[in-house]
Design a protein around this ligand. Structure first.
Ligand code: SF4
Length: 366
């Protein structure tokens, strides 16, 4: 059965590192790389994607719409939406410019989509609404998506789980401990993540092989494979590993991460942009808008032009208000204060450290 292996390159550090990691560790996996081309990425992001392409081979650019009338797909869809800007509550941009085109690219083929959520993050990634696309998370201890875990460990499947463990678990002193956990049904105090973590702590590879055998009885893409090398992968990769992989490969860290110093009232701070994505992305923090204003004034002006008829990128504040000198000063002083507090607590002071966990979007920023 033909199953495609697919990896989305967002322009962020984690998907870049995942592509490099998988190429180095599993050179025989024939992975198709793609990038959702919105026409609205920063040049720093485009540069990273070009460097990655030189390292990995072809990255297919998926453009949601080709139009000669509008300069970018975003302009096209914004017009179709009557100028209604996307927001966290009405996020039509990701669907129209990325998800729909991605699902069209895969079509009805069985596909495994590799996602770079790190081992030190506590979140789930994009789970396709299409059953022929299955997400796998190689950087985490648990490589499976939540829907798979919920099925494998469901009490209705307890007998099947016990049979699979009995079949695959080698005889030995740990078998009794493992079978105790396997046989314990889920309850209000012994819920999915608790049972999963207990089984992973006992034996990651065994757990993965059991899940693999279970998937063979379903229509999940991984179950269509004869073998899957990631079953025996016990690596857990965290933020420092990501930066190391990027640097050691020669691809390097995206340039928008470079901390740029600034000074207000004799106090020092730094700013950068903490993620990839469209330059006008409404998920960015106020200090990132100031970074855009000062580092890419043309793009800030373009983002400002989209704000018409009462639509603004930020709730309660337009970009015209945000770029006033006193407001810029306030935002910079606020970030200086947060950086000083982080320094006192011996925590990281970069913008990515301070804001890193505040974004929840697997499709745009990983
Ligand atoms: S980066 Fe932001 S604006 Fe662009 S598609 Fe993603 S959520 Fe929307």
């Amino acid at each position: 059965m033909n199953v495609r292996h697919i990896l989305g390159i967002s322009g962020g550090k984690d998907s870049a590192a995942l592509a490099i990691y998988l190429k180095q560790k599993y050179p025989n996996l024939k992975i198709e790389y793609y990038n959702s081309d919105t026409g609205c990425e920063l040049e720093e992001t485009e540069n990273l994607i070009n460097r990655l392409e030189a390292y990995l081979g072809k990255i297919v650019r998926l453009r949601a719409v080709e139009t000669e009338i509008e300069p970018t797909p975003f302009h096209h869809y914004l017009k179709a939406m009557g100028g209604f800007l996307p927001s966290p509550q009405a996020r039509w941009c990701t669907k129209k410019m990325k998800l729909d085109r991605f699902e069209e690219f895969v079509g009805d083929d069985y596909a495994i989509s590799y996602v770079g959520i790190r081992g030190d993050e506590d979140r789930d990634g994009y789970i396709s609404t299409k059953p022929n696309i299955q997400a796998i998370f190689p950087f985490r201890k648990n490589i499976w998506s939540i829907d798979v875990i919920n099925k494998v460990l469901h009490n209705d499947n307890l007998e099947q789980l016990i049979d699979l463990y009995n079949k695959l678990c080698p005889e030995g002193w740990l078998k009794d401990d493992i079978m105790d956990v396997v046989m314990k049904p889920l309850s209000k105090t012994f819920f999915y993540s608790k049972k999963m973590n207990a089984l992973l702590d006992l034996d990651i590879k065994l757990f993965n092989h059991v899940v693999f055998e279970y998937l063979k009885t379903t229509d999940y893409p991984v179950g269509k494979l004869d073998e899957f090398p990631l079953l025996d992968n016990t690596d857990v990769l965290v933020k420092d590993d990501i930066f190391r992989i990027l640097r050691e490969s020669g691809v390097g860290v995206p340039a928008y991460y470079d901390e740029i110093p600034f000074e207000v009232d004799g106090k020092q701070g730094t700013y950068c942009r903490s993620r990839s994505g469209c330059y006008f992305c409404f998920f960015q923090q106020k200090i990132e808008w100031i970074w855009l204003l000062e580092q890419h004034p043309d793009l800030y002006a373009q983002a400002m032009e989209f704000e018409k008829d009462g639509y603004t990128w930020n709730q309660n504040e337009s970009l015209a208000e945000l770029c006033q000198p006193e407001r810029v000063r306030q935002i910079k002083l606020d970030i200086i204060k947060r950086q000083e507090e982080s320094r006192k607590q011996d925590k990281g002071t970069t913008l990515a450290d301070i804001l890193g966990g505040e974004i929840m979007c697997a499709n745009c920023f990983i």
